[in-house]
Design a protein around this ligand. Structure first.
Ligand SMILES: Nc1ncnc2c1ncn2[C@@H]1O[C@H](COP(=O)(O)OP(=O)(O)OP(=O)(O)O)[C@@H](O)[C@H]1O
Length: 307
């Protein structure tokens, strides 16, 4: 019997999601959920089905099977009121080329007016760093500027839940940092939930409360960057120098090991480094396990996180 969703705190509830294109099964039973205001990064190799998943959740694509609720509604049956509560930034969105930035945002904002007050256009343009380009036509913007406009379009209606499909592709480092600040502000100040896809693991780690890794059509990992790294690498790597010689040691309890090291050698210890698995190490290991056929979920230590 399927679980009854009653908590209003759950914004996304995806169970056994399946999707086939013709005879190709892309999603084979993906399961995950999200709570109000959570920022979730969906990671996975090219072709894993991230965009497909997001498009199903947005109601743009019909799923082949499984149960999905987004803000308490099945996206396949979402109406305009439901849609007005979502913000969407697709992977490639090249419409509206002739519209000027300011006019386009004001125009799109009007769609939300029956439901709630749209964001002030000037504030919105400033928030995405397009103040100097507000008079330009969308088609005249650079790739990164166009992407900033996409983000502005996604948040003009003050969404409760924002879907961002590779939002920072083409962003320069400053734009990327501004975007990260914007997502933090949306989550912290407005309790906006975010589901974003990215191939930038540093970005995922900076932004996400929780990381999902999609591989082989299933969610093979679900947890914070720290939790995932502990599941993959139970030991930390400790490096130090003594008497001009470099040492490396792996220990499950790095703090206890370092304490012992100092108790024994004190001031002789120099250049100490303690390194736990990075998200990149973790991601590569989890995808490797999947690709090497050790993807039987029941055998993996992160199984508990999936319950
Ligand atoms: N409209 C479609 N018709 C047929 N196959 C499709 C369609 N859209 C996607 N696919 C296939 O489904 C698989 C998953 O695609 P999807 O775009 O969801 O992956 P992704 O994880 O977002 O990849 P990327 O990281 O490259 O953006 C791919 O093999 C892709 O070729």
């Amino acid at each position: 019997m399927s679980r009854q969703i009653t908590t209003t705190d759950t914004t996304l509830d995806v169970r056994d999601l399946r999707m086939s294109y013709g005879t190709t099964e892309v999603l084979k039973g993906a399961t995950f959920s999200a709570r109000k205001g959570e920022v979730i990064a969906l990671l996975g190799p090219n072709g894993a089905g991230k965009s497909t998943t997001i498009e199903i959740l947005e109601g743009f694509r019909m799923r082949s099977g499984g149960e999905v609720e987004v803000l308490g509604t099945d996206p396949a049956r979402g109406d305009e009121t439901w849609r007005s509560r979502l913000g969407v930034v697709l992977q490639s969105w090249r419409d509206h080329g002739k519209w000027r930035v300011r006019e386009l945002l004001a125009h799109l904002g009007e769609y939300y007016a029956p439901y709630r007050e749209p964001r002030d256009v000037d504030e919105l343009i400033a928030a995405v760093g397009l103040t100097e380009h507000g008079h330009k036509r969308a088609g005249q913007l650079s790739g990164g500027q166009r992407r900033r406009l996409d983000v502005a379009i996604g948040i003009v209606g003050r969404p409760e839940l924002l879907f961002l499909d590779e939002p920072t592709v083409g962003f320069d480092p400053q734009a990327r940092r501004d975007f990260h600040d914007l997502v933090h502000r949306l989550a912290d100040d407005e309790n906006t939930g975010v589901l974003l896809t990215t191939h930038d693991l540093d970005e995922a780690e900076k932004l996400a409360d929780r990381i999902l890794i999609l591989a082989g059509g299933r969610v093979v990992a679900d947890g914070s960057a720290d939790e995932l790294s502990r599941q993959v690498a139970s030991e930390s790597e400790i490096k130090w120098t003594r008497d001009g010689q470099r040492f490396v040691h792996a220990a499950a309890d790095a703090t206890a090991f370092v304490r012992g090291l100092f108790a024994q050698y004190g001031d002789e210890i120099a250049d100490l480094e303690v390194r736990r698995a990075t998200l990149e190490d973790t991601y590569m290991e989890m995808v490797r396990r999947f690709e090497s056929g050790q993807d039987e979920i029941t055998e993996l230590p992160f199984q508990e996180a999936l319950r």
